[in-house]
Design a protein around this ligand. Sequence first.
Ligand SMILES: *[C@@H]1O[C@H](CO)[C@@H](O)[C@H](O)[C@H]1NC(C)=O
Ligand SMILES: *[C@@H]1O[C@H](CO)[C@@H](O)[C@H](O)[C@H]1NC(C)=O
Ligand SMILES: *[C@@H]1O[C@H](CO)[C@@H](O)[C@H](O)[C@H]1NC(C)=O
Length: 405
Amino acid sequence: MMAWLLLLVITLFSLFLSLAESISIDCGTTGSYVDSNNVTWVGDNGFVTTGKPMNNTDVVTKPINTLRYFPTGQTNCYTNIPVTKGRKNLVRTKFYYENYDGNYSPPSFDVIYDGKHRDSIEITESSENDEERFYFSELIFAPANENISVCLIRTSPSHNPFISSIEVYSFDVGMYAELGPNEGLILQERYAYGAEESISYPLDPYGRLWLPSGSEYSLSLTDLKTSAPSIDITGVSNKPPEIVMSKALSGDSLILSNMGLIPLTGLPVYLALYFSEPQSLGRTQRRSFNVFLDDTKVGSRPIVPVFGKATQVILRDVVATSGSQIVFQSTDDSVLPPIINGLELYSISNSRDGGGGGGSKPQANSAVGGLYSQSDPISLYLFFVGVTLFNNTITVIDYFCDFSL
Ligand SMILES: *[C@@H]1O[C@H](CO)[C@@H](O)[C@H](O)[C@H]1NC(C)=O
Ligand SMILES: *[C@@H]1O[C@H](CO)[C@@H](O)[C@H](O)[C@H]1NC(C)=O
Ligand SMILES: *[C@@H]1O[C@H](CO)[C@@H](O)[C@H](O)[C@H]1NC(C)=O
């Protein structure tokens, strides 16, 4: 009996190991290396037969110091990239131009994941001299096979597509369960509110990049930090990292706006909001609010965040535009103002209800977003235009503010 049990445990363990696959491909290089987070990076030789590898000698940070560019052909593909079939997987592509071709002409092109999920890459800065900023695109989907392709599509004769890296992370069963088998989520925004620095692997074991967003530009918003010794996230299917749930943004009339790069014509979206009550509330204290994406209520009941626990609400298939707003409204019995800990906003590709996601072209994701508070005499729009990667810690370093009366 023990032997069987042991065998079962070993089988389960090896099953777990083989399922929890992830791969990191450093494009334009050969061989492999391990980075400071113990991530093994492999060269791209085994995955692509076209294009030309390039060392950008001005750049020192791996993996963005090398790239592969495609001077010919309409479509060039990486193939046989291993993924975990039967799970949701996250695929991230990074693009660090830094004038590698000497043309001071950053290109635009498209990337198609697994033959059906398309994102547009639009690089607008020719040389930043800043290795902490990069453009990236992210997709979450459930692959139908053990391997996938990532194709770069030329959209202009004079623009050569290129790519710096491809990363795949596999999620646990149950994560992003609202996503249908043929659908994909293309990242528009992912924020950790109240955080000072970006959060990524290994703090998020699923490799998601969370950008910090805080109160510093708005007088009526407050950053909060939990007083709970730990936060139980097990009841929340998308498993936002505990560190994201440990901080929050709060304000009486909290409104999140400036919806990334969603076009004005609109896209069906998947919105996930995460909450955790930061204070151990006294008997008379109550925090309760409703959240609306434009006119649509998110979740069926008012949100009452729980101390030391996480709450998630999901809204999908609603069409959002760049002018959409997420509005928080306290319920009548609430004493404390609304809060938000984390947010993810995706456009839905190949939407199961044919809702237009597949044919449209969401813009390249350079993680643009913002927030402001309605009760401010001066509304401050804060746009993030990049994320940074330094010693594998990612922080937002570049933004501009639009002061509007
Ligand atoms: C990397 O792995 C080594 C050996 O397993 C371990 O000692 C070290 O703490 C790990 N580093 C990180 C950043 O996880
Ligand atoms: C890039 O640099 C590596 C290491 O110095 C070298 O082996 C490789 O040939 C270079 N590749 C190109 C395309 O110049
Ligand atoms: C990739 O998946 C396809 C379809 O399942 C399969 O035919 C092919 O052998 C796979 N390739 C590798 C290298 O596993």
